[in-house]
Design a protein. Sequence first.
Length: 276
Amino acid sequence: MASILTDRDFSLFSKLIYEHSGIHFSAMNRSILETRLQERMKIAQQKDINIYYQYLLANSDEMKMLLDSVTTNLTRFFRNTGHFDTLERFVIPDLIQYKTKMKNNSIRIWSAGCATGEEPFSIAFVLKEKLPPAFKGEVIASDISLKSLMTAQEGYYPESKIEGVPQFYLAKYFEKKQNGYQVKEEIKSIVKFDYHNLKYDSGLNNIDIVFCRNVIIYFDEAAQKAAVNRFWTSMGPHSYLFLGHSESLFGMNTSFEFEKTEWSIIYRKLIPALEH
């Protein structure tokens, strides 16, 4: 396709997307933005880039669709086994001990940027296996992509997508369907999917664990810090944050503490006054 973006257009659209999502488009990925805009303009039956820009300003649903199209939803079950080893062997045992002391038997986990659901379902499998009978586990899963959320809510995955699921979990928590697998209702009932843009406050509170992996890498420094601070606000006094391997809070002025486990590096929110 011929180029549709002038330098002025690129500046306008990249600024608009940043303001609505925190996603930063540099000159290096200009072609990605241009391709996505061409796709959305065709669907919205808009032929003029300037008229489409005005259409976006007036149409919040189309803005959501454009943001959906520019996000990358690459994921898989049990992605980064070091994180799941840390979850199973360090974080959950620690939270069980803390919650028992606080006489609270609920553990709430937020999968922020959940894409098509593989991450929150993987977390739900672990909760189902590792929490004592008296404990209740809950996973809140959010994403900016409505299309991905629809796939996630269905909980059906073709055979090519279940690679990486341990045989034990596959046999216990999936039903074999033609050409794929369906997540069982006992797992789906643990996970609540919802639309959320990390640019804004989630309204969540007292979250025990936040998974936000390979999401803020698309943000610039200011948007990253703002998102991390919103995580802090949503988390309980004794809680943990998981970021992607290529993401780090190093050099960022936050209140989180580094926690190096045998399997991975995560971050801890700890308010000592509330630990006694």
